[in-house]
Design a protein around this ligand. Structure first.
Ligand SMILES: Nc1ncnc2c1ncn2[C@@H]1O[C@H](COP(=O)(O)OP(=O)(O)O)[C@@H](O)[C@H]1O
Ligand SMILES: [Mg+2]
Length: 308
């Protein structure tokens, strides 16, 4: 297969128009909209990659419950190979509630369920051209084994990437030997600063031996390749909801990289796929096809400059 994605999968319950602080005391508060969507960074990446035409599999853990059925049904219908998804017999599927605010900010409440039981032994040794891991800090057992998983993947000649996403504990501890085994690391701006411990995260991350691509919301992204800073800015879009935009970016970036083997093309397709995913509620509903993403990628502005 082209891509094996490893990590989290759960339903997202997305509420928009909720008050910043919900009223307690058994008060029932009506909100504008509620949507049930496929969530989990890894699941959204896998779904987006399938939409973009990659042959993609997901290794993840869900419970033997209705939430797990929902996750696997959506992935399967999208063409994702779920044969490496395992079910925990007693712990529930993870579940996320997103409270979306009008300006685009959101609060994310996650019950991790069985995520903590997912480990490196659940990652199949499949022949994939690329292995991407997501939500590092939500899966401590997987995290502990990931350096060895990525070592083996790289030894077989495949490439690797990591999107840690947020660290709810605030510790942001990632071993240097893991970063060194990531062909790409794909954080957003705040995550890049926290991961590197530096206000200038690109050189700090690159010093670990990885190629950093830092996502920057409506500004697109910036990568550091050798001593060249390359940025990709998508056309202005009026987002409906940016849930999963970073994950759809990852899917576009990896599809561009695996198809073209060219960093600029990958950044442009990533920025386009991220921007297009914001057209609708939830992470997967408006993920683009390859034709849609390629068309918008032509309007992504690529600039480069030597690092100062
Ligand atoms: N308001 C926006 N307008 C256009 N594109 C956006 C917008 N927000 C996000 N994107 C796209 O989604 C990508 C990831 O966004 P970002 O919010 O930085 O990541 P994350 O979701 O991981 O926090 C960006 O690189 C960009 O391509
Ligand atoms: Mg993200």
């Amino acid at each position: 297969m082209d891509l094996l994605v490893v990590g989290d999968a759960n339903p997202d319950v997305l509420l928009s128009g909720a008050p910043a602080v919900p009223a307690y005391g058994q008060a029932e508060t009506l909100v504008e909209q509620g949507v049930l969507a496929l969530g989990g960074s890894a699941a959204i990446v896998a779904h987006g990659a399938a939409r973009l035409g990659l042959e993609v599999g997901l290794a993840a853990m869900v419970g033997r419950d209705a939430a797990g059925d929902f996750v696997l049904d959506v992935l399967k219908s999208a063409g994702v190979d779920i044969s490496a998804c395992v079910r925990h017999e007693s712990l529930p599927t993870a579940l996320t509630v997103c409270l979306n605010q009008d300006g685009g900010d959101r609060a994310i409440l996650t019950a991790p369920g069985c995520l903590a039981a997912f480990g490196p032994e659940h990652v199949p040794a499949v022949a994939a051209r690329h292995v991407h891991a997501a939500s590092y800090f939500l899966q401590p057992r997987l995290a502990a084994g990931l350096p060895e998983v990525f070592r083996a993947v790289r030894e077989q000649g495949a490439s690797t990437s990591l999107d840690t996403n947020d660290d709810p504990s605030g510790a942001w501890s990632v071993p240097a030997d893991l970063l060194a085994r990531c062909t790409f690391v794909l954080p957003n701006q705040a995550e890049a600063v926290a991961l590197s411990g530096s206000a200038d995260p690109l050189p700090a991350l690159a010093a670990s031996g990885t190629l950093p691509v830092v996502k920057a919301g409506r500004d697109g992204c910036v990568a550091l390749a050798g001593d060249e800073l390359i940025s990709a800015r998508p056309p202005v879009v009026e987002p409906v909801d940016t849930v999963g935009a970073g994950d759809s970016f990852d899917a576009g970036f990896l599809a561009g990289w695996l198809r073209e083997g060219d960093l600029r093309a990958a950044l442009a397709l990533g920025a386009a796929a991220g921007a297009l995913s914001t057209r609708g509620a939830g992470g997967v509903a408006t993920q683009p096809t390859l034709a849609e993403a390629t068309a918008l990628a032509r309007d992504v502005e690529i600039t480069s400059s030597p690092i100062a």
